[in-house]
Ligand binder design. Structure first.
Ligand SMILES: Nc1ncnc2c1ncn2[C@@H]1O[C@H](COP(=O)(O)OP(=O)(O)OP(=O)(O)O)[C@@H](O)[C@H]1O
Length: 740
């Protein structure tokens, strides 16, 4: 027991004794030992005597457990200093080359505009100054005379006279006399020296100096003669006035949301809203960090973004509350832009007018609310883009594809399954391309996916065979990608409106399985898959794909399920909600996987003609580098039809003992084996169609034979197959494959 405990016990005993004078005298020794025993809480040290026991126990039970220590404990100043966030020495715009170039370009443009604006108006300014010069001259003369006669002291002197304060009046008068004497001398001097100087200038100075002096004098008198409310120079730019974001405005807005805890905090005796950092200018807007009252989370605010915007008296597109990932759930970063994000003129894509790209390096994708460039690195990643129709999905897919086109090493396989030709320009550089929602395009897209899937095996073998010093991390490096003999160049497979393929009754399953495998294995092998869909549900987007893709971009969607299918599980719950975008927020979405934290990004707007021009440039670069392949080079694209299993299937259903079998029998057994493939081999009457089997076997050189069977005692002769012919065809096929 320490001294504090002991004192506490004594105080309590004393209080009890004085409250009840009939109380028994307490054996303090026993009480002490009881207290010690209870503090130990060990069974062995149970208190002894009954009186002592009751005192000790009741003291223990009624005493509140002190959970907060008296002195503040926690990280000391040193620890807190070590954990402090260091603010960047240079601002972000000065560290990023494109942003620096952008900022410098803007500054030069701004100054240039102002110079041109005022340059054009210079004659007008001169005329105005000249017109105002006589008034200015008169003002000057009047001002000088008032100065010489010390006119400004006159009211004081008169006041002294009115008060009949002779002493003060005399003092002021003497001071005035002194001043007037000195100033009169100065004026007389100036009256002599000034004209002499003017005469000397007139006689001796060159004409230009005279002109300059005259202009300066006219300008000076013009300025003096200018009324305060009629400036000579008009403004070259009109700066929009935006209301400053203050804590009062933020509190007012939060208070209008109808959240009980916030109202309680803002009400009388409430704790108020805490701002852990000052409200600052951040890009073209204001940033406020807010600690919401206990129990209120950022998603609660996101649910009421519209009300918040109303409370802030700003358009919805200006108001962007966000969770702060490393902080508690109630820390909100509120960014309020000067202009709605969808009204800000999108900047030009940095690679529009020149430059090349490398898929191993960050590529410009869009800008955030603050107008800062947002890059994505495609290598070692896959991309999933999702949105409601018409929100900018295809444009968002086209931007990284254009960047990939500008990397001469990248092989592009592009499937646009909507059929509007939005990606048509890329045909000039793509090794394979298809457009349309029809079965043929879907089948061709699947063949292309099979080719990519097959290429994974080859790439894996090449990488495994390389010496460790060339491929230390067992993945494609820029050097390996550039070595064309290895065939490890970046392979980019893009499928726009991929739901058309994944929900296809015939090709969907295989396409989904192959794309999942590509996503899982392709990253290290230099294979990049980009998918865009407007229907992110289980049927149209295999869950394994949405679970494994690394980079996600979600433009406006209608609900939580679509949001989480694109952005990942629980994103909606965590406040990352693409449902909060409005119909006019085209090209604006949440980007996840490009940086540590989710970002709101507006994609660069590249219109059709600009995209075409970029593709022309990319094609030229590829021609020069000799990397134009496949369709773009006028050759057959690399595709891989489904492995035909017919011969093997027939052998599987016709045992070795059956030398000859009717075709109907074979088809019936095949339909049992693979209903999805052979179940439809029937004629108009619904009977198994022997002609289908004959036609399917023709490419293998297997001809139908007549097969006799005795049915009900009669010999029936029908078309059939000879098993030995099938065996021979398989041997020939395999021989050819081995030879190939
Ligand atoms: N970054 C952007 N900035 C401004 N407008 C954009 C941007 N991206 C796209 N848009 C506009 O959105 C429109 C629709 O874009 P897009 O065709 O990419 O949508 P989508 O989602 O693919 O539509 P759909 O589902 O019908 O195919 C475009 O015509 C374009 O005007």
């Amino acid at each position: 027991m320490n001294h504090e405990d002991e004192n506490e016990l004594f105080d309590r005993l004393e209080a009890e004794m004085s409250a009840d004078s009939d109380a028994e005298v307490v054996d303090l020794e026993a009480a002490r030992s009881a207290r010690t025993g209870s503090a130990d809480r060990s069974p062995d040290s149970a208190p002894g005597g009954s009186g002592a026991e009751s005192v000790g126990e009741s003291a223990d039970e009624s005493a509140p457990v002190m959970v907060d220590l008296p002195a503040p404990v926690g990280p000391g100043r040193w620890e807190r200093l070590r954990a402090a966030k260091r603010r960047p020495v240079l601002p972000v715009w000065a560290r990023s080359k494109p942003e620096f170039v952008g900022a410098a370009g803007w500054a030069v443009g701004h100054i240039g505009h102002a110079a041109a604006f005022h340059g054009v108006r210079l004659p007008w300014y001169a005329a105005v100054l000249a017109a105002r010069a006589p008034v200015g001259c008169a003002k000057f003369v009047g001002g000088t005379l008032r100065w010489v006669t010390d006119a400004e002291g006159e009211p004081l002197r008169q006041a002294a006279a009115r008060r009949e304060n002779a002493e003060e009046y005399l003092k002021l008068s003497r001071q005035r006399d002194r001043r007037v004497r000195l100033r009169a001398i100065l004026l007389t001097l100036a009256a002599f020296v000034g004209p002499l100087l003017a005469l000397a200038l007139w006689v001796l100075a060159p004409t230009w100096m005279l002109a300059v002096a005259m202009a300066a004098a006219v300008a000076a008198f013009g300025f003096v003669g200018t009324p305060a409310d009629k400036p000579i120079v008009s403004r070259a730019v009109v700066v929009p006035e935006v209301e400053r974001l203050t804590s009062t405005i933020v509190e007012r807005a939060l208070g209008s949301l109808g959240i009980a805890e916030i109202n309680k905090a803002l009400g009388k005796g409430g704790e108020g809203i805490k701002f852990p950092a000052p409200i600052t200018r951040d890009g073209p807007g204001w940033r406020a960090d807010v600690d919401l009252p206990y129990g209120v989370t950022v998603p609660d605010i996101l649910d009421r973004r519209e009300k918040l915007a109303s409370g802030l008296r700003r358009p919805l597109g200006c108001v962007w509350p966000e969770p702060v990932p490393d902080e508690h759930a109630g820390r909100m970063m509120l960014w309020v832009g000067d202009k709605p994000l969808n009204k800000v003129k999108p900047p030009t894509w940095p690679l529009t007018n020149g430059g090349t790209a490398s898929l191993f390096k960050p590529l410009p994708f869009g800008t955030d609310q603050r107008g800062r460039n947002v890059d994505i690195t495609l290598m070692y990643d896959n991309v999933l883009i999702g949105a409601m129709p018409g929100m900018g999905k295809t444009f968002s897919l086209r931007t990284p594809l254009l960047a990939a086109a500008l990397d001469v090493l990248a092989e592009l396989l592009i499937w646009e399954l909507k059929g509007t030709g939005d990606l048509e320009g890329l045909k000039k550089v793509a090794a394979d391309y298809g457009s349309g929602p029809d079965d043929d395009t879907c089948a061709a897209a699947l063949d292309s996916i099979r080719y990519v899937h097959k290429d994974l095996e080859r790439r894996a073998k090449v990488i495994a065979s390389l010496p460790k010093d060339k491929c230390p991390e067992n993945k494609v490096t820029p050097e390996l990608a550039a070595n064309r003999s290895l065939g490890l160049h970046p392979l980019v497979l893009a499928i726009d409106e991929c739901q058309e393929l994944f929900s296809h009754p015939e090709y969907g399953k295989e396409a989904g399985a192959l794309c999942t495998a590509i996503i899982k294995r392709g990253r290290a092998l230099g294979v990049i898959l980009l998918l865009a869909t407007q229907r992110p549900d289980k049927e149209s987007l295999p869950p394994a794909i949405s679970a494994n893709v690394g980079m996600r971009f979600c433009l406006r969607v209608m609900g939580q399920i679509e949001n989480d299918m694109i952005l990942g599980t629980s994103m909606y719950k965590n406040g990352i909600r693409a449902t909060s975008f409005t119909k006019s927020d085209k090209g604006i979405g949440y980007l996840i996987g490009a940086a540590d934290d989710p970002q709101i990004v507006r994609t660069y707007y590249i219109d059709g003609p600009s995209a075409d021009a970029i593709c022309d440039r990319a094609r030229k670069a590829r021609q020069d580098a000799g990397t134009l392949t496949g369709l773009a080079a006028g050759k057959e694209p690399e595709r891989r039809p489904a492995a035909d299993t017919l011969l093997d299937d027939i052998l599987a259903v016709v045992p070795a003992g059956e030398t000859k079998v009717w075709s109907e029998t074979v088809i019936g057994r095949l339909a049992e084996l693979r209903p999805e493939l052979y179940g439809t081999w029937t004629d108009e009457t619904g009977e198994w169609d022997a002609a289908r089997l004959s036609a399917a076997l023709k490419p293998y050189g297997v001809k139908a034979v007549q097969v006799n069977r005795r049915v009900d005692g009669k010999v029936v002769n029908r078309r059939g197959i000879d098993r030995s012919h099938i065996v021979k065809a398989i041997a020939e096929r395999d021989g050819n494959r081995d030879a190939g």
